[in-house]
Design a protein. Sequence first.
Length: 385
Amino acid sequence: MIKFKWIYNNDEINFGPSSIQELKNYLKDNMKVIIVTGKMSAKLSGALDDTIKILKENGVSYYIFDNVSPNPLSSQADELAKMIISYNPNAIIAIGGGSVIDTAKLGAATAANGGKTVDYLYGKRKVEKIIPIYAINLTHGTGSEANRYANTTDTERGDKLGNAICYPKAAFDDPKYTLSMPKEEVLCTTFDAFYHAYESSTTSNSPPLVHMLSLEVVNQIKENLPLAIQKLDDINPRYYLLYASMLAGVSIDLSPTNIIHALENIMSGLVPSLPHGCGLALIGPLLAPLIHKSSPNESTKILKILNPNIKPNSDDSLITKTLIEFHSSVGFNKKLSDYGFGRDMLRESIRRAFANPVVVDRLKNRLYGTNIDEKILINLLENSL
């Protein structure tokens, strides 16, 4: 496993074994930092202890903010912003997956620029300045350590959505920290990276660089996800899944996701117990035929990796079957009902999506020549129950 460093949009990404040791290069004596974490993963992975050791060795004082949940709420980012204003740190260290890193971005932006978190989600305020964020990534899914986006659930409306906020100043991707994830989290975070690649490559006006990155992402996932599932303590496939999720994070930075992410964000905002990546895997196969029709050539290139028989004119059933069989091949066979989703809740999610102006714009305008309305989505997705 090769350790390397590269810079994307001023985000210095330190990748590979022991990459967290590079954190000391960004610290100064007498600094103050706020460490942002969830309740468990930072401790279980060992990343929190490793970080605190480095901070103490370099004379850095710290405060731990650990009130970040999966599918986090905007109120949590607002709470973090208040803590940042009160503690006045020199930097933020986010230790976690997308939920933690995104909350750190939103909290830092709100503290530095005023207002509330939702102002930045809906584009009512712009980020003019930012407190430096160092992202210690613990999952191979969101790629948030490598891009400017942040997602959270609007506490008042109950809708989850994302927007461009800021890039971390530096990121640290060490595959050993992914080994504490249980099997379902391994699957669901990887599905997130997969659909990042598939959607960013098929969104209208997606550039060739994204197509190249997305093909690499899906090739790495196809090869390494089965290996990771077979042996959860094998670090080698985690290295390549982490590499894939990082590249997918860059892909969505260059070309955004489209209908699968737009709708799933509403669904897991409504039911936070639905893991984001699992939601994508449940609705993705049913929505992919719409994407394939809109962008047949790019969709074909991606899906051919999973099924060599895919063609630009393949029928809907083959597109759906290909993705379902891929998910099943690595042991994911759940339905939305397994996460407490029924017909009424599905319809409510779709209603909310079309009632939110930001989300409806993404549903209607990110695919070439595709007419999408509530009735079409209801008819397609009721099979996911």
